[in-house]
Design a protein around this ligand. Structure first.
Ligand code: NAD
Ligand code: SER
Length: 321
């Protein structure tokens, strides 16, 4: 029986991943932890606790006390926020991961770890289109540096100590249940909130900024699939590329207009444009498809409908797209 710890369970990914893992492994076996309180959904459906991944003593105690067998470590400072506090971001992103890797090395019950990397490991010298699994990775953001270093540590702990750490380079993730936590791809969520709220959005990226993106349900399905794959099928011990779709702000705006014709958009690029300009436009995820049968269901059209309906419902608006 698995006993699962999620660190960062109140965030954009954690709040949906916790619910899915509880469906599979049983509510009582999935422990949601974060620095802040998670949603009512999570608090009411299973165990949760405030826990700082940097508090290594409490973390180790928690893992032993609850006989944890798998850890999903999601706590991090994302790209936009990290540029405002570079050294703090380095500390939180790196110490957090090393605490988790170390305890997995020492505590026998802990058999498997998931830690997300990002398309941010790539930089301006990386081929931008259909970026291969193995290629030049020279990130120029502090977030990207922490993700690249994290990937190297995951591979090191696997090779040196046999710690079964698995990772995905997530593209920008889109969802409406929990708002995103300060990334460069957040525009692709904000645009739907503003479309419903005021039928207008001022975008912080230029109209033709293409980035790899994915709807949350596909990302969660991929994550669980990776974690359930037999050990001998995992050929990548740094992090798997994950592509999904590729679109620019103007493409989302056009799609929204199909459902809300009055919707307008203007563009005021800020510091996040410089970050986006260093990232790939699209990703080759054929290695993940080969190793663990990755499948993607949600395209831009489907995502637009899900997002508009989800956000409208959140604001109590009786709209149906
Ligand atoms: P988020 O910011 O929404 O959530 C992160 C959560 O971690 C927050 O709830 C925060 O309170 C918590 N946290 C921060 N510091 C902590 C600490 N010291 N101890 C415990 N909890 C702490 O982020 P997210 O979008 O859910 O991302 C989760 C992971 O996935 C991160 O590693 C991120 O880099 C990665 N990722 C996300 C995306 C995306 O588009 N959302 C893309 C690529 C990679
Ligand atoms: N969506 C994330 C960000 O923009 C990518 O890792 O920070």
């Amino acid at each position: 029986m698995e006993r699962i710890l999620i660190i960062g369970a109140a965030g954009q990914i954690g709040s949906e991943l916790t619910v899915e893992l509880r469906k599979i492994y049983g509510n009582e076996n999935v422990f949601a932890t974060d620095l802040k309180e998670p949603s009512e959904d999570i608090k009411n459906s299973g165990p949760w606790e405030i826990l700082d991944v940097l508090d290594v003593k409490r973390l180790v105690h928690f893992v032993i006390r609850h006989k944890i067998t798998q850890i999903y470590h999601l706590a991090a400072v994302l790209s936009g926020n990290a540029e405002k506090i570079p050294m703090q971001a380095w500390h939180i992103n790196m110490e957090g991961l090393l605490n988790v890797l170390d305890l997995a090395k020492e505590i026998e019950d802990v058999k498997r770890i998931f830690w997300p990397s990002s398309i941010a490991v790539f930089g301006p010298s990386t081929p931008k289109d259909n970026t291969p699994q193995t290629t030049i990775a020279e990130p120029t953001t502090v977030y990207g540096i922490t993700k690249l270093a994290g990937e190297r540590w995951c591979e090191y702990y696997w090779k040196r100590y046999g710690v079964d750490a698995r990772s995905i380079r997530y593209p920008g993730l889109i969802s409406y249940k929990t708002e995103p936590g300060g990334g460069t791809t957040d525009y692709a969520v904000e645009i739907f909130y503003e479309a419903i709220r005021q039928k207008h959005y001022t975008c912080f990226l230029k109209e033709d900024t293409y980035l790899p993106m994915m709807y949350m349900s596909d990302a969660i399905k991929a994550t669980i699939q990776l974690m359930q794959t037999e050990q001998d099928k995992i050929t990548v011990r740094s992090a798997y590329n994950l592509g999904g779709m590729s679109f620019a702000p103007k493409d989302v705006a056009e799609k929204i207009k199909q459902y809300i014709p009055e919707f307008t958009i203007d563009y005021k690029p800020d510091f996040r444009q410089a970050i986006a300009d260093t990232w790939p436009r699209s990703i080759d995820d054929s290695v993940a498809r080969r190793d663990w049968n990755l499948e993607i269901d949600v395209d831009l059209d489907k995502m637009t409908k899900i997002m508009l309906n989800g956000v409208a419902e959140k604001f109590g608006k009786k709209l149906r797209f």
